[in-house]
Design a protein around this ligand. Structure first.
Ligand SMILES: NC(=O)c1ccc[n+]([C@@H]2O[C@H](COP(=O)([O-])OP(=O)(O)OC[C@H]3O[C@@H](n4cnc5c(N)ncnc54)[C@H](O)[C@@H]3O)[C@@H](O)[C@H]2O)c1
Length: 290
């Protein structure tokens, strides 16, 4: 009979979807840890990426059989069927760690009372991070060189499991400055509402405004880009950190922009029915059962 090699400080970790975008990122970091890591991936392209990175692909049943933590790095729309396949195979006490709150919030994960459920979303390195090296400068996503924070949730509040999970989170998203523990619902309001509905949408809008300036108005691209990139820094530093007040004339222009671009009721995105609405679209669901 084979005995487990797990010691008090050595965990068995399974990454399901190891050849995907997040699977590759977290696996690159976990591979360097002292833990036993198993990689499962069902697409030939993902399997190839996994083996090209020097990792062996294990079938899911074997990968998760004795796992302390199972990372489900599969697309959100696949989490219901994948969790229904994986969770019944786990030993009691295993932590099922997903990387986005949408499926957990929408109750799509296969439930077992003796299994722990956690979600951990990387914040990505802060726009205000003082980057010191070329590698930090180039690591906009995080998980390579630039320190980032992580927001995580575990509904049960089991402190021992939170400790183990935080260790895995700090390894897989390394380098990590801090892990903030919130509820699944709070995490869902962070992502998608705060960062995708608002911040990513505005990032895209900024590019659209830049393209209009270049192509409709005819401003040379280098001039438009230089003006935009510098002013984004000022807008964020003043708007988010209060570094300097906006000038009086700028405040008038900002009011005009807000009236012209923003709908009066935009803050309804922070209502539960709107959160459900956007999650329904993202997860291709008819309704959300909470
Ligand atoms: N991509 C990002 O920037 C990002 C950032 C933060 C969190 N996330 C979250 O990470 C999770 C994964 O997203 P992604 O973008 O890496 O997805 P992805 O599509 O890039 O990768 C998913 C991988 O899972 C594999 N897979 C699917 N079903 C499987 C199964 N039954 N068994 C084994 N492997 C299977 C696929 O072949 C694929 O390689 C999602 O929950 C997503 O919300 C993604």
């Amino acid at each position: 009979m084979t005995t487990s090699t797990v010691t008090s400080d050595q965990l068995n970790i399974a990454v399901v979807g190891a050849g995907g975008k997040m699977g590759m990122r977290v696996s690159n970091n976990l591979q360097r840890s002292r833990h036993n890591v198993f990689y499962s991936e069902n697409s030939p392209a993902g399997q190839q990426r996994t083996t090209d990175a020097g990792r062996s692909v294990t079938d899911t049943a074997t990968a998760v059989a004795n796992a302390d933590v199972v990372i489900l790095a599969v697309p959100d729309v696949a989490l219901a069927p994948v969790s229904a396949e994986v969770v019944p195979q786990l030993k009691p006490g295993t932590v099922v760690l997903t990387l986005d709150p949408a499926a957990a919030y929408a109750n799509l994960l296969f439930q077992r009372a003796d299994v722990e459920y956690a979600v951990a979303h990387p914040c990505h390195p802060s726009v205000f991070l003082q980057r010191k090296t070329e590698a930090e400068l180039n690591d906009t996503f995080g998980g390579i060189a630039a320190p980032q924070e992580v927001v995580a949730a575990m509904e049960s509040g089991n402190e021992d499991k939170i400790k183990i999970t935080e260790e895995v989170i700090r390894l897989m998203y390394a380098p990590v400055v801090d892990v903030h523990w919130v509820t699944v619902k709070q995490l869902a309001y962070l992502e998608p509402t705060l960062v995708e509905v608002v911040a990513c949408m505005i990032g895209d809008l900024l590019n659209e405004a830049l393209q209009e300036t270049i192509h409709k108005v005819g401003v040379p691209e280098p001039a438009a880009k230089a003006m935009m990139m510098g002013h984004i820094q000022v807008a964020l530093a003043n708007g988010l950190r209060g570094d300097n007040p906006f000038s009086d004339a700028c405040l008038i222009a900002m009011d005009y922009g807000r009236e012209k671009i923003i709908k009066d009721d935009w803050k309804s995105i922070f209502n539960d029915d709107e959160l459900d609405y956007v999650l329904k679209q993202m997860l291709h669901l008819d309704r959300i059962d909470r």
